[in-house]
Design a protein around this ligand. Structure first.
Ligand code: MLT
Length: 342
């Protein structure tokens, strides 16, 4: 195992070799889910806390299943009903959680950067399960893994990402992951749902689905992220479906063998019609199944790297010139003491 990373905060910064190692591990992990007894003792005795400050069905359950299949003790924490709703700060909540000695923290928050902040505060590995409109790295990894599994490669595959790109953390992480792995990426959507910096993202940009369809081997449709839109950016969901939705008529413009994906939750009849979502081109449920394997692989690799780092074999995660500490835990402790003037 060459993986040394003890957090996964984003796709930015991940090397293609690390992504390949994760995919190869996930391919092995996948077999466990088809066994009669779907459990291996890899994380026995380890506690994983899933902190979800934003609603989630797929991602939270997928992490929980992955943790349980590796025999970890999972604890789920959601903001409602917690001390946060009584005015406790995020840092205080994090410190209290840390006092209970978790081995890994998985966090989702509507505010970009929260996983990074926690990673700098906590002594245990942190995995980003989605931070605002910033990144959703495990979704991008499972998307790229699903494409690699079906196509046998990512290099040279043309992937279109269409819809509410401006508000989608999945689009951002997908673009980064797929480009790093050598795929050709085209993004598109209505002008009001495209990021202002679209043309400087290093990917191709189109306005209409019809322009993208004849080019792509894989099409990832995005959900309209109405909860992140601060003003009305489209006239109506119905008009969006008519102008931009993927339906059987539009799908006819695509290449033979095109694959359709969606990170979920899907809005049937808005960005994708039920016929396409449930049709033969759709890999939407494969994505969900692969999500468990990819998260199992990630938990396994991160737990292994953390154990090595504790034993002084890995590079400290926070390392500054002059730090006497040789482990991430010690370096962070020292930094916090300095901050407190200790
Ligand atoms: C997300 O959490 O960003 C989802 O996986 C995608 C979505 O909500 O549309």
């Amino acid at each position: 195992m060459t993986w040394t990373r003890t957090d996964l905060l984003g796709i930015e910064g991940l090397e293609p070799g690390e992504i390949t190692e994760l995919f190869d591990t996930a391919a092995n992990m996948k077999e466990i889910s088809s066994r009669e007894i779907k459990k291996v003792p890899v994380l026995r005795g380890k506690t994983v806390i899933n902190i979800f400050f934003e609603s989630s069905t797929r991602t939270r359950i997928s992490f929980e299943i992955a943790e349980k299949r590796l025999s970890a003790d999972s604890v789920n924490f959601s903001a409602s009903g917690s001390s946060l709703s009584k005015g406790e700060s995020l840092i205080d909540t994090a410190r209290n959680l840390e006092a209970m000695s978790p081995d890994i923290v998985v966090v989702r928050h509507s505010c970009p950067g929260v996983p990074h902040m926690l990673a700098n505060r906590l002594d245990c590995p942190v995995i980003n399960a989605g931070d605002g409109a910033h990144e959703h790295p495990t979704q991008a990894l499972l998307d790229a893994f699903t494409i690699r599994e079906r196509m046998g490669r990512l290099e040279g595959v043309c992937v279109g990402i269409f819809g509410d790109v401006a508000h989608s953390r999945v689009a951002r992480s997908d673009m980064l992951a797929l480009s790093k792995m050598g795929a050709r990426v085209i993004i598109g959507g209505p002008p009001t749902l495209m990021p202002l910096e679209a043309h400087s993202l290093g990917v191709e940009v189109v306005g209409r689905l019809e322009e993208m369809l004849p080019e792509v081997d894989v099409l990832i449709m995005l959900r309209l992220q109405l909860e992140r839109q601060k003003q009305a950016l489209i006239p109506s969901a119905r008009e969006y479906a008519v102008m931009y939705g993927l339906n059987p008529a539009r799908l006819k413009l695509a290449r033979e063998g095109v694959i359709v994906m969606h990170p979920g939750p899907i809005n049937r009849g808005v960005e994708i019609s039920p016929e396409v979502a449930d049709g033969p081109c759709s890999l939407i449920l494969d994505q969900v199944a692969n999500g468990v394997a990819v998260r199992m692989a990630l938990l396994y690799l991160i737990a292994g790297a953390a154990a090595k780092a504790r034993a002084g074999e890995g590079a400290p995660r926070i390392w500054r010139e002059g730090d006497a500490a040789t482990t991430p835990r010690a370096a962070r402790k020292r930094r916090r003491e300095e901050e407190r003037g200790g």
